[in-house]
Design a binder for this molecule. Structure first.
Ligand SMILES: Cc1cc2nc3c(=O)[nH]c(=O)nc-3n(C[C@H](O)[C@H](O)[C@H](O)COP(=O)(O)OP(=O)(O)OC[C@H]3O[C@@H](n4cnc5c(N)ncnc54)[C@H](O)[C@@H]3O)c2cc1C
Length: 405
C-alpha cells in the first residue's frame, strides 16, 4: 500500500510516525510545502526572554530515519481521484492508495472597505514571526487587530519588549469565541496593567496608507506595525478542487475519512462529528488535537474502527498566566467555580443533564494543570459530578472519577 501525506505540520508529522509505529511498512510520501524543517507553531507567539528560534517538531528527525520520502519545499496542487494521483509543484506525480490531507489553516486576511490591507502582517509561519520580532521594539508602535489568542499572546510579547501596544477588537469583549467572560475579564485586566491599550466593541472604518486607523466612533489610532490576528481559514483548496465535501473545513466522518473513502483529513483543516457532543461537527485549531488526530488517522487509514473521540484541549500563555481549556465550555448551561488560590480559578461547565462538558482554568504558571487534566478525564467518561465537590478545592477531582452508585 502507498500512503501520501500532504502537509508536514504537527498533524502530518504525527501521522507519518504513527504509521511506522503501527507497523506499516509500505511507502510513505510526505509533501512539505515549507522551506524550513517541520517546526512547532506555538512558540512563534510566545518566544519569551530566550527569543525566537525555530523549534523542530519533536520526532521530526525520526521521520528521516523511518524510510519516508519527504518532498521539501514542494506544494501539492491537484488531486486526481480517478487515477489516485497527486500532482506536485516540481512536476512529480505521486500515486496513492490512501491519501491524508493535513494542510492546516491560513490567517484570515484583513479586509477593510472591501479591500485587503496590504500593510497588515500575520503570524502563522516562522518567517512571519522572524520578520515581526526583527522590528518589534520600544521604537515602534504596534497595533493588533483582533483580541484572540494569537493577538493577545503577541501583545504580551510586545510589552515584554517594550513596544507601545494597542489592541482593537470589534466583538463586545476579548476572547469572545472560546473563553468564558469571567476569565477573559481577568486576562484583559492583566494586559491593561502591563500597559496594553484596548479599543473593544469598535469596528475599523478605514486604514490609510500610513497605518492610521479610524474606528466607527471616530477614534484615530496611529501605529507603525499592524498585525491582524482575526482567526484562520482552514486550508481546503486541494480538497475543494478535488470535489470533496466541505463544512467549515474539509468535512470528515468520525474516522476522519472524507467523502472519498480513500482520502482522510486531520488537524486544523478538517471538521468532524464529536461523539462526546452528540456528534456535533467541530473544527479544532489546537496543537494537541493536531497531534492526536495525526496519530489517530494513521490507525484509521490502516483500518481501525473506533471513532476519534479525544477531549478537546487548548492552552495559552500570556505573561505568567496560563489558560487551559478542556472540552467545549460553550456546550454548558451552568457554571461552577473552584478557587485554587488568589490567582487561580477553574470553571466547570455542565449541561442541562448535569454532565461535565467543559472546564476552563486560569492561573499562575502551571497551577491549573492538574485539575484540568482530571476534568478532562471526567469529561471523557461522561460523568455528572457532584456540584459541591466540584466547587470545594479540598476535594480531589480524582475521587469523582469513580462515582458511587
Ligand atoms: C502563532 C501560533 C501560536 C499557536 N499557539 C498555540 C497554543 O498556544 N496552544 C495550542 O493548543 N495551539 C496553538 N496554536 C495552534 C497549533 O499550532 C495548530 O493547531 C497546529 O499547528 C495545527 O497543526 P496542523 O498540522 O493541522 O496544521 P499546520 O501546522 O498549519 O501544518 C499544515 C502544513 O501543511 C502545509 N500545506 C498546506 N497546503 C499544502 C499543499 N497544498 N502542499 C504542501 N503543503 C501544504 C502548510 O504549509 C503547513 O506547513 C498556535 C498556532 C499559531 C500559528
Amino acid at each position: 500500500m502507498r500512503i501520501v501525506i500532504i502537509g508536514a505540520g504537527e498533524c502530518g508529522i504525527r501521522a507519518t510516525l504513527a504509521l511506522r509505529q503501527e507497523g506499516f511498512d509500505g511507502s510513505i510520501d510526505l509533501v512539505h510545502g515549507e522551506t524550513h524543517e517541520p517546526y512547532e507553531r506555538p512558540p512563534l507567539s510566545k518566544p519569551g526572554p530566550d527569543g525566537l528560534s525555530l523549534k523542530p517538531i519533536s520526532g521530526a528527525a525520526d521521520v528521516l530515519a523511518a524510510n519516508i520520502t519527504i518532498h521539501h519545499d514542494v506544494r501539492a496542487f491537484a488531486i486526481d481521484r480517478t487515477t489516485k494521483t497527486v500532482a506536485l509543484s516540481n512536476d512529480e506525480t505521486l500515486n496513492y492508495d490512501r491519501l491524508l490531507l493535513a494542510t492546516g489553516a491560513s490567517p484570515r486576511r484583513l479586509i477593510v472597505e472591501g479591500k485587503e490591507i496590504a500593510q497588515a502582517r500575520y503570524l502563522r509561519t516562522y518567517d512571519d514571526a522572524k520578520a515581526l520580532y526583527d522590528v518589534l521594539s520600544p521604537d515602534y508602535r504596534l497595533t493588533i487587530i483582533g483580541a484572540g489568542f494569537i493577538g493577545l499572546e503577541l501583545a504580551a510579547e510586545a510589552r515584554r519588549r517594550g513596544a507601545p501596544t494597542t489592541v482593537i477588537e470589534s466583538a463586545p469583549r476579548i476572547l469572545a469565541r472560546a473563553v468564558p467572560a469571567e476569565l477573559a475579564t481577568r486576562i484583559e485586566a492583566r494586559h491593561r496593567a502591563e500597559g496594553v491599550a484596548f479599543h473593544i466593541g469598535h469596528a475599523i472604518q478605514s486604514i490609510n496608507a500610513v497605518r492610521l486607523i479610524t474606528l466607527d466612533d471616530g477614534t484615530e489610532i496611529a501605529g507603525d506595525i499592524l498585525v491582524a490576528g482575526i482567526g484562520s481559514i482552514p486550508e481546503t483548496t486541494l480538497a475543494a478542487s478535488a470535489g470533496l465535501a466541505l463544512s467549515n473545513g474539509i468535512a470528515v466522518n468520525g474516522f476522519l475519512q472524507t467523502s472519498d473513502p480513500d482520502i482522510f483529513a486531520a488537524g486544523d483543516c478538517c471538521s468532524f462529528p464529536h461523539p462526546l457532543y452528540d456528534d456535533k461537527r467541530i473544527r479544532l485549531e489546537s496543537w494537541r488535537a493536531a497531534q492526536e488526530q495525526g496519530a489517530y488517522v494513521a490507525r484509521a487509514m490502516l483500518g481501525s474502527s473506533d471513532p476519534f473521540n479525544a477531549v478537546p484541549w487548548f492552552w495559552s500563555e500570556q505573561y505568567d498566566l496560563t489558560l487551559q481549556i478542556a472540552g467545549i465550555p460553550s456546550e454548558g448551561t451552568k457554571t461552577l467555580t473552584r478557587g485554587l488560590d488568589a490567582d487561580s480559578t477553574i470553571l466547570f461547565h455542565l449541561n442541562d443533564g448535569g454532565r461535565l462538558v467543559g472546564a476552563s482554568g486560569l492561573g499562575m504558571g502551571n497551577r491549573v494543570a492538574r485539575d484540568i487534566r482530571l476534568a478532562e478525564m471526567l469529561i471523557a467518561k461522561g460523568i455528572c459530578p457532584d456540584a459541591d465537590a466540584l466547587e470545594d478545592s479540598s476535594v480531589s477531582l480524582k475521587t469523582l472519577l469513580s462515582p458511587r452508585s
